[in-house]
Design a binder for this molecule. Structure first.
Ligand code: NAD
Length: 260
């Protein structure tokens, strides 16, 4: 379905991004993966994409809090893969603390990675998509792009920012075949959420089991974690012709969380 296209998925060495990159490769796209982690594990994953799906897969360890590194990443995709057709802005981190104790460096990190990095990847990729008359930008936002929770000031602010960026780019690329949407997951059990369970337990003075039951899944009427594969399937649909009229949407995949 995506043969000949190249998908750049940021933060794809783990969790949701890894599932999306794998799905893009399965759909036939060449893939540029990005993120941190064990070098040998990342290389094994990169190679498995090539071996399992017969596509080309590249890796860049660009730190997306650094605009110069983002320019390098987009330059790498252009030089090695002929540009980015599908851009998935997924890399993100979380920190949980009351606002009056929120570390300034954590605020700066979360805004830089969860919001500003997407500004840079989009500003550097959009022209190439317009020239080809086809492009898909998918932002991994969050239910927290639509509603807030206490102790997540930076994350909620960044994700609400991503919502605005998504809608703006949807308008700017609409007539040139570019679509920009955000997927808004509820809780997905990834390494990011593992860290959050620990932080929330500390911030609220309760056990990790209580955090899962009474804090995380309390918000999710289905009482089930969303899966990374379900999110990857939605990303795949957004790249298909059947999904071509979806533009500027905030696609909730949260078991009913924000319906309340
Ligand atoms: P994760 O921790 O499993 O993966 C995060 C990825 O980002 C990793 O590949 C990591 O190496 C990469 N990364 C971290 N800092 C980076 C940096 N400076 N530069 C480049 N890459 C960097 O997290 P996840 O749960 O898969 O989250 C992925 C996205 O989904 C995030 O944007 C997150 O906010 C969003 N999200 C997650 C959930 C959830 O419940 N897990 C829910 C809603 C939204």
């Amino acid at each position: 379905m995506l043969n000949g296209k190249t998908a750049l998925v940021t933060g794809s060495t783990s969790g949701i991004g890894k599932a999306i990159a794998t799905r893009m490769a399965k759909d036939g796209a060449n893939v540029v993966i990005n993120g941190f982690g064990d070098e040998a594990e990342i290389e094994a994953y990169r190679k498995s994409l090539e071996d399992d799906f017969g596509v080309r897969a590249g890796y860049s360890g660009a730190d997306l809090t650094d605009p110069a590194a983002i320019e390098g990443l987009i330059g790498y995709a252009a030089g090695e893969f002929g540009g980015v057709d599908i851009l998935v802005n997924n890399a993100g981190v979380q920190h949980v603390a009351p606002i009056d104790e929120f570390p300034v460096e954590k605020w700066n990190l979360i805004i830089a990675l969860n919001l500003t990095a997407a500004f840079h990847t989009i500003r550097l990729s959009l022209a190439g998509m317009r020239e080809k008359g086809w492009g898909r930008i998918i932002n991994t936002a969050s239910a927290h792009a639509l509603v807030a929770s206490p102790y997540k000031a930076a994350y909620v602010s960044a994700k609400h920012g991503i919502a605005g960026l998504t809608k703006t780019i949807a308008l700017e690329g609409a007539e040139q075949g570019v679509r920009c949407n955000a997927i808004c997951p509820g809780y997905v059990h990834t390494p990011l959420v593992d860290g959050q369970i620990k932080d929330t337990a500390r911030a609220r003075g309760i056990s990790e089991e209580e955090v899962k039951r009474d804090v995380l899944l309390a918000a999710q009427p289905t009482k089930e974690f969303v899966t990374s594969d379900q999110i990857a399937a939605m990303a795949s649909f957004l790249c298909s012709e059947d999904g071509a009229s979806i533009n500027g949407a905030m696609l909730q995949m949260d078991g009913g969380w924000v319906a309340q």
